[in-house]
Design a protein around this ligand. Structure first.
Ligand code: KG4
Ligand code: ZN
Length: 348
């Protein structure tokens, strides 16, 4: 029960990895990112995403096996993302995994994509696995599709603490970048622009209120606040989009910086409220595409230090969607004997 193949096709990335669950080491992780195909549309087009998954999945599998230096026969278990995500993209991965499992007589395990992200901070960039990440810990998962806090008690044993009521944090970055005339995704660009004005808060956008000191996220009001501040400054027209002569580089930097500082405050506030509510929590992990952001990592690290908690984050290549986190979760599920069968379906 040693070698796990992880397959991730829930959205616009095709990720396949091999994890050695005996040595607790990643042997390979290959990724094809479709960003270029979706950029011009300002978001992911589901039909294009699933067609591209179909084209790339076989070559990415071959590349992942070659990088690991093994043949397919050496694989013991196939772990595949089966929810949540775009149904067409998920179907490509799940059907492919079932074919491999049936044809090769291997066991199959369906993995929840969010659970994959949740445990991705156990992987180090060099492929080794962390042994010093304590339980119980808190996980802040933030990507283009989700922003949530989870109370993590053990491998595979977790419960949600807070979830966004509307947009995800990454979605807020992507939508604001689009408002300013940039393509998808926008998070990395916002970070770059914000750094040029030293992460100063120019516009003081509204922070989430916590009526009963309960942790919770909401980003759609923030996105609207940014929109109307741009309209007021004559840089955005509600019918025609950005007004380029007024959308100056200086304004873009100021908006990006104010937005990022605001999201940083929202994250830190939620983490502090959760630490207060659950004093047994020993550490925070920060995962998902938004965890690539160095400013947000530094803010959370500081908040943890103030509260006497440890801080861990997933390395950037495992923050974005990838097969390694799916293979890793497949590893502990195999130990727990939580197998699926060939009736495995998407979104169920
Ligand atoms: O986890 P991921 O690859 O896909 C989803 O499951 O959604 O996350 C993609 C998200 C996008 O919204 C993107 O704008 C955001 O992660 N992102 C960032 C950064 N890099 C990617 N957000 C803020 N700062 C970054 N450096
Ligand atoms: Zn994701």
């Amino acid at each position: 029960m040693a070698l796990i193949l992880g397959i991730e096709t829930s959205c616009d990335d095709t990720g396949i990895a091999v994890y050695d669950n005996t040595q607790k080491k990643l042997l390979s992780s290959m990724l094809f990112s479709q960003i270029k195909s979706h950029e011009i549309y300002g978001g992911v087009v589901p039909e294009i995403a699933s067609r591209s998954q179909l084209e790339k999945i076989e070559p990415i599998l071959s590349a992942a096996l070659a990088q690991a230096g093994i043949g397919f026969n050496a694989i013991d278990i196939i772990a595949v993302t089966h929810k949540p995500g775009l149904v067409g993209s998920l179907l490509v991965g799940v059907c492919f995994a079932k074919g491999l499992a049936w044809g090769g007589n291997k066991k199959i395990i369906g993995i929840d994509h969010i659970e994959g992200h949740m445990f991705s901070s156990f992987l180090n960039d060099d492929g080794t696995t962390k042994t010093d990440l304590p339980f119980p810990h808190l996980c802040l998962t933030a990507s283009g599709g989700h922003t949530s806090l989870y109370h993590i008690k053990e491998f595979g044993n977790f419960s949600p603490i807070a979830e966004t009521l509307d947009d995800a944090a990454g979605e807020a970055f992507d939508k604001v970048a689009k408002m300013m005339g940039f393509g998808y995704p926008g998070g990395a660009l916002i970070e770059k622009m914000a750094a040029e004005v030293d992460f100063e808060d120019f516009f003081k956008y509204p922070r989430t209120k916590h009526p009963n000191h309960e942790p919770m996220f909401s980003f759609s009001g923030l996105k609207t606040a940014v929109l109307y501040s741009l309209v007021k400054l004559g840089a955005y027209d509600l019918h025609n989009g950005p007004i380029l002569e007024n959308m100056t580089p200086e304004l873009i930097r100021k908006v990006s910086s104010s937005l990022l500082v605001c999201v940083g405050d929202i994250f830190c506030q939620n983490v502090k409220l959760t630490f207060k509510k659950y004093p047994e929590i020993k550490a925070l992990t920060f995962v998902g595409g938004v965890a690539c952001n160095k400013y947000l990592r530094a803010r959370l690290q500081e908040a943890c230090a103030q509260q006497g908690k440890q801080f861990f984050f997933a390395p950037p290549r495992f923050c974005m969607d990838n097969g390694a986190m799916i293979a890793f979760v497949g590893g502990y599920k195999a130990e727990q004997e939580k197998f699926s069968d060939l009736h495995l379906d998407v979104l169920k």
